[in-house]
Design a protein around this ligand. Structure first.
Ligand SMILES: *Cc1c(COP(=O)(O)O)cnc(C)c1O
Length: 233
């Protein structure tokens, strides 16, 4: 038990150190970068370890797992839905999430608008962009991202806060640096449109295998699971 506690804590400190190094490389401070601990498949007792270390942002990619853990943990934490979201499941999470990272189509945004309006809330979202064009990845293509952000901008109860991407797995993350720089450039371009109800404040990019490169390219939210909790079985 003691070993397990130390394991997560040690991993967290190592990740935080690496975040700090990558941030300073790009002339920023670790304080500017939010760590979302990705807790998918992680048991609640192990999630508590990371909450005890002061981490408050938790990421799940499946609705059912998020709602289950939301009830079990019953803690003051912020839930991030980071995975593909089916339209018919919006109703289960709209009152629970602090940020949806994976809005990639207008039908989904419209459903979030509908359910958010019904409970009198405004939901913060990121538009997920498939920069690399990999078929297996969700996300809207770069060219269509502008239009989606504009459409959501006109919705009263959904607010775009930035962009998210998932890079393809690469043995050497240098090979996917371009994915992160493209997303950053896209957010700069969209920001020029000065949409009144949207912002490009958040760039959610970088996972265990590539977060340092992502931070160097401007990420201010990183989503990290394996490097904290170990390999998922
Ligand atoms: C699983 C997952 C992560 C975390 O991946 P790790 O490699 O375990 O750090 C980040 N983002 C999304 C969307 C994920 O599904």
């Amino acid at each position: 038990m003691i070993g397990e506690l130390d394991y997560i804590k040690r991993n967290l400190y190592s990740v935080m150190e690496r975040i700090e190094k990558a941030a300073s490389k790009s002339g920023r401070s670790a304080k500017d970068i939010k760590l979302v601990a990705v807790t998918k498949t992680v048991e609640p007792d192990r999630i508590l370890k990371i909450l005890d270390e002061g981490i408050v942002d938790l990421g799940e990619n499946r609705v059912q797992e998020l709602t289950k853990k939301y009830d079990i943990l019953n803690r003051e934490c912020k839930w991030h839905l980071i995975g593909h979201l089916q339209t018919n499941k919006v109703k289960y999470i709209v009152d629970k999430v602090s940020l949806i990272h994976s809005v990639d189509r207008i039908e989904l945004a419209k459903e979030i608008q509908k359910k958010a309006e019904a409970i009198g809330k405004t939901i913060d979202v990121l538009v997920q962009v498939n920069v690399s064009g990999e078929e297996s990845k969700f996300g809207i293509c770069v060219q269509e991202a502008y239009g989606l952000v504009r459409e959501i901008n006109s919705m009263a109860n959904v607010r775009v806060k930035g962009l998210m991407t998932m890079a393809p797995y690469a043995e050497n993350p240098e090979g996917i640096r371009y994915v992160f720089s493209r997303l950053r450039d896209l957010s700069i371009d969209i920001n020029k449109e000065k949409l009144d109800n949207s912002s490009m404040d958040i760039l959610s990019m970088g996972m265990s295998n590539d977060f340092e490169v992502a931070i160097e390219e401007g990420a201010n939210v990183v989503r990290i699971g394996t490097a904290l909790f170990g390999r998922r079985s």
